[in-house]
Design a protein around this ligand. Structure first.
Ligand code: SF4
Ligand code: SF4
Length: 448
């Protein structure tokens, strides 16, 4: 059923006018909190391998990676690339794959089109590696879950923390890949709280000191240790800040102090200015802050900061995707009526970010009106895939919520079959494995 559904979705999507559809599988790999290796931050379900069961070389040069390369060469998004495929139907510029467009012409991809003999492939070394090596985090943000935050896992989900697979051998294996890397990306958890990151930064200092290092931080951690490493290497920082109003910021980003992050923002700003670079602000437009988005952009314009609006698709009481068509119209009108300046490159970039997000919300609104909810089906698919079990507590609630919301609506036959049968079964399994709750208990709990 899932495969039929994937095929159907695949057939809806535009073919990008280039080969391959995305350069990520040829240039990038990512390590997640539990040792799973994927190609990018967007594809969570196609695993190139799992560390330490597989070596890093096995992940990068193995069949799983080559299968994805072959699929993407043929514009087939069915190996976990559905978010990009979906987004490409709205606006190609908002797909995650555009982050890899700069590799066009720089990597060998020819042999992957019409591929018949995988053994004959000559594979590039990765140009970039993403490290999300732990969920250690000091915050409990509204839209996050315990897979990303140890505090949420302990306090909200009441679960033991995730086991961490990264050890000394991991660092040894990494050494093979570090000298030729062009970029290393760090996210979390909170990257400045993760010890293993400092070890990798020290290795990079020895083996590839000019590498471009990108860090997504919640801006709360600015110790002497952080400042020391910032001054040793070539860092580019994105700060995750979703509100510039103290009360709202602290409601969304629980445990953080607004005054402190504004003070830290000034430090990061001057770090970037001294190096002739631009700081980034990562913002999740959600139900709690959508009226603030134009003001956040104006704030960033005034400080020469790029704003990047992230697509936030969970949980139901935060994401904009669960609002009805009328609410979405209100958001579209509010944002569209806001006249943003475009007098320099930063202002132009920030204005386009808002326009792209308006396009996305318009698509969601259209789907609500049509009763198709392709986006939601896509996410259910994602939640039913590879890493489902490890994020079970969150997924159990999320899927219960989707089932509740959709039980009274009329959907297409496929959609009904897909959601009711599969989610029902999954929830039953999870209910019996977790806290021994029955499906009806979970559903009634969810209605409260
Ligand atoms: S198409 Fe998107 S999801 Fe797939 S590898 Fe590229 S960036 Fe990742
Ligand atoms: S800072 Fe990031 S990882 Fe930590 S709780 Fe917030 S969103 Fe999650």
């Amino acid at each position: 059923m899932i495969n039929n559904f994937k095929e159907k979705l695949n057939s809806l999507f535009d073919k990008r006018d280039k080969i391959p559809a995305c350069y990520a599988p040829f240039t990038s790999m990512l390590f997640d909190q539990q040792g799973r290796v994927t190609t990018c931050y967007c594809n969570h379900s196609h695993h190139l391998g799992i560390y330490p069961e597989n070596t890093i070389k096995e992940c990068w040069f193995g069949n799983q990676a080559n299968d994805l390369r072959e699929k993407i060469s043929n514009h087939d998004y069915s190996n976990g690339c559905f978010p990009c495929a979906y987004l490409s139907t709205i606006n190609k510029d908002i797909t995650y794959s555009t982050n890899y467009d700069s590799y066009e012409g720089k990597v060998r991809i020819k042999k992957y089109s019409g591929l018949s003999n995988k053994n004959s492939l000559s594979i590039n070394m990765p140009k970039e590696i993403g490290f999300t090596l732990s969920n250690i985090c000091n915050l409990e943000c509204k839209m996050c879950d315990g897979f990303y935050s140890s505090q949420i896992r302990a306090n909200r989900e009441k679960l033991p923390n995730l086991k961490n697979p990264y050890d000394k051998n991991f660092l040894e294996e990494l050494k093979y890949f570090l000298p030729t890397l062009e970029k290393a990306n760090f996210a979390g958890g909170e990257p400045f709280l993760i010890d293993m990151n400092y070890k990798i930064w020290e290795l990079l200092y020895e083996m590839n000191p000019n590498i471009y290092i990108h860090v997504n931080t919640n801006a709360t951690i600015l110790t002497q240790r952080v400042k020391k490493i910032l001054n040793k290497l070539n860092f580019n920082i994105s700060l995750s800040i979703d509100s510039i109003e103290k009360e709202n910021y602290e409601r969304i980003r629980k445990n953080a102090s607004f005054e402190k992050i504004i003070e830290n923002l000034e430090y990061f700003l001057s770090y970037h200015e001294q190096r002739n670079r631009k700081l980034n602000l990562l913002v999740c437009p959600i139900q709690q802050n959508w009226t603030e988005i134009p003001n956040i952009i104006e704030f960033c314009n005034g400080k020469n900061i790029y704003v990047r609006l992230s697509i936030t698709y969970k949980p139901s009481d935060s994401t904009l995707s669960t609002l009805d068509a009328d609410n979405l119209t209100e958001i579209i009108d509010y944002w569209s009526n806001y006249e943003l300046p475009a007098n320099n490159i930063v202002e132009q970039f920030n204005k386009i970010q808002l326009k792209n997000h308006i396009d996305l919300i318009s698509k969601w609104k259209h789907e609500k009106e049509e009763g198709t909810d392709v986006w939601e089906s896509l996410l259910v698919n994602e939640y039913l895939s590879g890493n489902f079990e490890e994020r079970s507590e969150f997924n159990r609630r999320y899927l219960s919520d989707i089932l509740n919301r959709n039980s009274s609506k009329t959907k297409s036959e496929d959609y009904n079959l897909f959601t009711k049968k599969i989610i029902d079964n999954k929830l039953k399994t999870l209910a019996s494995n977790y806290n021994k709750k029955t499906l009806s208990e979970i559903l009634s709990e969810n209605k409260k």
